[in-house]
Design a protein around this ligand. Structure first.
Ligand SMILES: C[S@@+](CC[C@H](N)C(=O)[O-])C[C@H]1O[C@@H](n2cnc3c(N)ncnc32)[C@H](O)[C@@H]1O
Length: 227
């Protein structure tokens, strides 16, 4: 994060190094929520190893024996989906618009690259992170086969259950790019397909039915074939 961008940290957020890990905190009370990117997290690696959990996303992007499409993850966030896709052997270009989220992700990638686990190192080597707005990315510059979208939605009512990471991100980022615009841009950029991750019961983006959809436990992947 450069000097110009640094002042954009909202007042009730702070960056803190905990045991060499860059973390973002919300509020200043003891036990305040913090988030960080940790690719050696057991829960994330369980998701990587668990075939059933990773099956829908693999099918959605078109991973098949001997076929590993190139992927542009236009809404990188904390990089979990991108990591899962990279661990299947795909080359993943990640775009993240928020310099704060980008800083967390960059720190997580840097630590993973110097981890003693060779497999982890190899996975992160196929993740190429850019700080930038996907809406400004030109078609020719980004010739990925698949564009993957996991759009951010405004915070929901308190009663709605949102995972901690997403809760902190929602507080930090608030409203974001209109997801319908992300879809129309993605449809212009992708060479083969656009995959949109949605919650299971959410409406289609732009009310546009996908070519097909795949349901995971809590998510749904809407797949739009193009070209
Ligand atoms: C729901 S999160 C993605 C979570 C991610 N799939 C994961 O597994 O961690 C959405 C992210 O997209 C980013 N974002 C939203 N609009 C964007 C845009 N136009 N270009 C790049 N990033 C964007 C937000 O800043 C946010 O970090």
């Amino acid at each position: 994060v450069n000097r110009e961008q640094a002042h954009r940290v909202p007042a009730d957020f702070h960056f803190i190094y905990v045991d060499g890990v860059l973390s973002l905190g919300i509020g200043n009370k003891p036990g305040a929520e913090t988030i960080a990117v940790n690719f050696s997290n057991p829960a994330l690696n369980y998701r990587v190893r668990n075939k059933i959990k990773s099956q829908s996303i693999a099918k959605a992007v078109g991973v098949k024996p001997g076929l590993r499409p190139t992927i542009l993850d236009a809404t990188a966030g904390l990089g979990k989906d991108a990591f899962l896709l990279a661990s299947m052997g795909c080359q993943v270009s990640l775009f993240e618009k928020s310099p704060l989220v980008y800083a967390l992700l960059q720190d997580g990638i840097k630590r993973a690259l110097s981890n003693s686990d060779a497999r982890l190192q190899q996975t992160v080597q196929s993740m190429n992170l850019t700080l930038g707005d996907f809406m400004h990315c030109a078609k020719d510059a980004m010739a990925s086969e698949v564009v993957y979208l996991d759009p951010m939605f405004p915070p929901r009512r308190k009663s709605a259950r949102v995972k901690k990471d997403m809760f902190v991100l929602q507080q930090l980022l608030g409203e974001n790019t209109n997801p319908n615009l992300l879809l129309s841009h993605a449809l212009e950029i992708a060479r083969r397909r656009v995959v949109v991750k949605r919650s299971k019961t959410a409406a289609y983006l732009s009310a546009m039915p996908p070519t097909f959809e795949l349901k995971g436990k809590s998510s749904r992947y809407d797949v739009y074939l193009v070209g």
